[in-house]
Design a binder for this molecule. Sequence first.
Ligand code: 13P
Length: 351
Amino acid sequence: MTDSNFLTREKIQALESTATAMVAKGKGILAADESSPTIKKRFDTIKVESTEENRRFYRELLFTAPEIENHISGVILFEETLRQSAGDGTPFPKLLSDRGIIPGIKVDKGLALIPETRNEKITQGLDGLAARLDEYRELGARFAKWRAVLSIGDHQPSKLCIALNAHALARYSALSQRAGLVPIVEPEILINGTHDIEACERVTQRTMALLFNELLLQRVVLEGMILKPSMVTPGDACPDRADVETVARKTIKIFKRSVPAAVPGIAFLSGGQTSQQATANLNAMNQIGPAPWELSFSYGRALQEQPLGVWEGKPENRATAQAMLLTRAKCNGAARFGSYTPDMEPHWDMG
Ligand code: 13P
């Protein structure tokens, strides 16, 4: 084994500085890395055909929205988008970095069934990953993302499911850091189900314990990664709802127990919460007071649902859709300081 198999001090410092910039105060990450089947689902809701050009046009609309660089630190791209360019020929990764927004890339290859389980899934994509990561970095990516999915149900998630996904997340993280990419580590505990908030607390804690055990075992530099978890909430079909303060308090409690302070930031996913809920929950967490890590956002739907609905695939709606994205980015940027108020929402959206 040669010394080149070890991260140099310079490489570690570069990872740490990228990770810190990804969770810069007042900013968060736009997740625009929907795979082809997922973006088709999103486009179906506004009756827009999912062609390569429509996807390119829509992503250009997002990435060129005026002023978003004040609230958006990074954008997660799908591989197709990493290779695409704006109308004027500027490659998307360059367009973003020229605006001071860090480009990143989703690198997992989706889900596969785990044998001998009731429909539990492992995330695929480790084979050949090292070579792909080198290419993504050449194309301008500075961070990567890998999403694991866990469901709460009868005796679920199984220890097998948690352990296999923790192992894969740690393998991916170690390979990403070696390639000079900051890994976003995303163990999503799905919101779907009738489970109560206490069940979500227990599962989150078990998952984080095994995950950080694997990350440390596989020598991942915690200072050079970002954790992207779901918040601690009741299932979407649970009759006992939890208010914003309860979600915030329980989420912080569980993460304080299980996420080392060396991790620079926790950037939550929105996971099917409404746009306003996701903002209000993040705001309440930041109001609780000092935490060991930055508490930020890495939202997909909670940033895009409203702009997508406004756009409707019509070129003449482009500017209004961009203004809507800026509003969501601003509201979440304020939630980073705990200073979001509902009157920051556009009045026509208040219901
Ligand atoms: P949501 O915020 O829509 O959950 O998406 C975040 C994400 O990146 C899912 O992998």
